[in-house]
Design a protein around this ligand. Structure first.
Ligand code: ATP
Ligand code: MN
Length: 478
C-alpha cells in the first residue's frame, strides 16, 4: 500500500476500515480538525479528520487553503452528515505550502471576472473543475462518435496560405524582422523572401483541406485549433478556438443535418452520463446565478432540463426564407423591439433574431437552411432558384449559431463562376479545384465550434470561461 487512491474512488468505495493514501489540495480546514481535500478527480471533497491533540502545532498551522498535502490514514464510515466516508488521518505530510495571506483563492465566492484574471488558479474552484471535466468528456465523446462510425481523424494544417472563409480575419505568420521586412522594387513587402516563400496565416478553418481528404477517404473529421482575428468582444467569440469539421463524400444536405444532430445528441448524452455530478453542480450554480435576475429574464428550464430536452426533441428544420416570414410577423418585430428590424429578404440574421426563433418561437434547437448566396461562402452548393445555397446553420438556445455547414458545390463551372463573382483567386486554390476536375462527387460537411458546445452543456454565459486560457482582443496572458 504505497499508491495513492483518487478521491473519486474513495468516495465510491464499498469497503471501509482500509488503509489509504490520499493526496490533494486543501480547500478548507476548520476547527483544527476537519480538512476538506480535493484532487480534481471529482467535484466532491473528501473529509480528513485530524487528531489535533496528537499532532504537532507547527504542522497544523501549515494546513492552509491551497496547500498540497499527502495523508496516510484509514477510510472509515463517516459519523458526520454530508458524506458516507471520511479519512481518519494517521500521518500528514505537507507537499507544498500555501501562504494564506497571499493565496488569491479564498474559501468564498469569487466573481467569474476575478477568476479570469487568475486563470492559472481557477481550475481549483468547484465551478472550473466541473467545466474542464465536462469539456474533457465532450472532446472524448466527439472522437468516439466519429470513430464508431468509421471516420478518419485528419490533421489539417495550422499554417496555411488560404483564407478558407474569405473573410480576411486572419493572423499573419512570418519570420520577417517586422520592423524591417525585405521590399520589392515597388516598395511592397516581398513575401517571396519570407519563410514559406509566400504570405501565410493561421488557419481559420480546415474545411478546404478536409474536402481533399474526403475525396478519397470518404468520411473524415478534423478537431483542431482555429484562429480568427475578429475584433468582436462578444461572449461567443474567441480569437483562438477549437473546431470540429466533418466532411463526408456522397452526403447531401439532409444527411449532413442528420449527422450534426446525431453528433450533438450523442456527445451531450455522453457528458450527462459521465459527468452527472458536475452537471448537477453546474445546474445549481446557474439557478443561483439566475436568482439575481428579474423573473422574466430567468430561463424556463434548468440546465439539466435543457440538456434532456435537447436529447428528447427533433431539431426544427426550416428554410431561411420561412424564418424571415416568421420574424417579420413576430410580435417583437411589429412592436419594434428588435434592435435590427426584420424588413426584407436577403440580410443576415442577427443573434437577437436567432434567439427569438429558438427561445421564443420554436422553443428548441433550430436548423436553418438555404440561405441567400450573398451572405454565405463561395463553396456552398447553388440551388436552382439562382438565389440561395444549400447552407445550414444550427441554432441553440442561449448560444445562437453552434454549427455552420453546407453541401458543397461539386460542379466545376458553377464553383468557378461563384469564385469569380466573389473575387476568390482561382489560381491560388488550384488544388481545391482539382477535386472538381478529377472524380468530383456530391459531398457535405460542417463546422462545430467546440467552445460553443461546452458553453451550452455547462450553462456558462461567457465563452472565456470554457477554455483554459482564452485568447481575445488585448489578452494573451498565461
Ligand atoms: P458567427 O456568425 O457566430 O461569428 P461564423 O458564421 O463566423 O459564426 P463559421 O465560420 O460557420 O461561423 O464557423 C463554424 C462554427 O465555429 C460556428 O458555428 C461557431 O460554432 C464557431 N465559431 C465561429 N467563430 C468563432 C469564434 N470566434 N469563437 C468561437 N467559436 C467560433
Ligand atoms: Mn464569425
Amino acid at each position: 500500500m504505497s499508491q495513492r487512491t483518487k478521491i473519486k474512488a474513495l468516495l465510491e468505495s464499498e469497503q471501509t476500515d482500509i488503509s489509504v493514501i490520499v493526496k490533494g489540495w486543501v480547500r478548507t480546514f476548520r476547527n483544527n480538525q476537519f480538512i476538506a481535500l480535493n484532487d480534481g478527480s471529482t467535484n466532491n471533497n473528501i473529509q480528513i479528520v485530524v487528531d489535533f491533540e496528537n499532532t504537532d502545532a507547527a504542522l497544523l498551522k501549515r494546513i492552509t487553503t491551497g496547500a498540497a498535502i499527502s495523508v496516510t490514514g484509514t477510510l472509515i464510515a463517516s459519523l458526520g452528515k454530508g458524506q458516507k466516508v471520511e479519512v481518519k488521518a494517521k500521518e500528514i505530510e505537507i507537499l507544498g505550502d500555501s501562504d494564506p495571506e497571499k493565496y488569491p483563492l479564498q474559501p468564498k465566492k469569487h466573481s467569474l471576472e476575478f477568476l479570469r484574471e487568475i486563470a492559472h488558479l481557477r481550475f481549483r474552484t468547484n465551478t472550473f473543475g466541473a467545466i474542464f471535466r465536462v469539456r474533457n468528456s465532450l472532446a472524448f465523446a466527439v472522437h468516439q462518435f466519429f470513430q464508431e462510425r468509421g471516420f478518419v481523424y485528419l490533421h489539417t494544417p495550422i499554417i496555411t496560405a488560404s483564407d478558407a472563409e474569405g473573410a480576411g480575419e486572419t493572423f499573419h505568420v512570418t519570420n520577417f524582422d517586422i520592423a524591417n521586412p525585405p521590399k520589392t522594387e515597388n516598395g511592397e513587402i516581398d513575401y517571396k523572401e519570407d519563410f514559406f516563400g509566400k504570405a501565410t496565416n493561421l488557419t481559420v478553418s480546415g474545411q478546404l483541406e478536409g474536402e481533399l481528404g474526403a475525396m478519397a477517404l470518404s468520411d473524415i473529421y478534423t478537431f483542431g485549433p482555429t484562429f480568427r482575428a475578429e475584433n468582436s468582444n462578444t461572449t461567443r467569440h474567441l480569437a483562438e478556438f477549437w473546431m470540429i469539421e466533418p466532411e463526408v463524400a456522397f452526403n447531401d444536405l439532409d444527411d449532413n443535418m442528420d449527422l450534426a444532430e446525431d453528433m450533438l445528441k450523442y456527445v451531450i448524452k455522453y457528458a450527462l452520463d459521465k459527468n452527472a455530478d458536475d452537471i448537477e453542480f453546474l445546474t445549481q450554480r446557474l439557478l443561483e446565478e439566475e436568482k439575481q435576475k428579474p423573473q422574466q429574464e430567468r430561463s424556463e428550464m434548468s440546465l439539466l432540463e435543457k440538456l434532456q430536452f435537447c436529447l428528447d426533441n427533433n431539431f426544427e428544420r426550416l428554410t431561411y426564407t420561412e424564418a424571415i416570414e416568421i420574424l417579420k410577423e413576430s410580435t417583437p418585430n411589429k412592436k419594434k423591439k428588435f434592435q435590427y428590424p426584420v424588413e426584407g429578404w436577403g440580410t443576415d440574421l442577427q443573434s437577437e433574431h436567432e434567439r427569438y426563433l429558438v427561445e421564443k418561437h420554436f422553443k428548441k434547437p433550430v436548423i436553418l437552411t438555404d440561405y441567400p448566396k450573398e451572405i454565405k461562402a463561395f463553396y456552398m452548393r447553388q440551388n436552382d432558384d439562382g438565389k440561395t445555397v444549400r447552407a445550414m446553420d444550427i441554432l441553440f438556445p442561449g448560444i445562437g449559431e453552434i454549427v455552420g455547414g453546407s453541401q458543397r458545390e461539386e460542379r466545376l463551372e458553377k464553383l468557378e463562376q461563384r469564385m469569380d463573382e466573389m473575387g476568390i483567386p482561382k489560381d491560388e486554390l488550384w488544388w481545391y479545384l482539382d477535386t472538381r476536375r478529377f472524380g468530383a462527387c456530391p459531398h457535405a460537411g460542417f463546422g462545430l465550434g467546440f467552445e460553443r458546445l461546452v458553453l451550452f452543456v455547462t450553462g456558462m454565459g461567457n465563452i472565456r470561461d470554457v477554455i483554459p486560457f482564452p485568447r481575445y482582443p488585448k489578452n494573451a496572458e498565461f
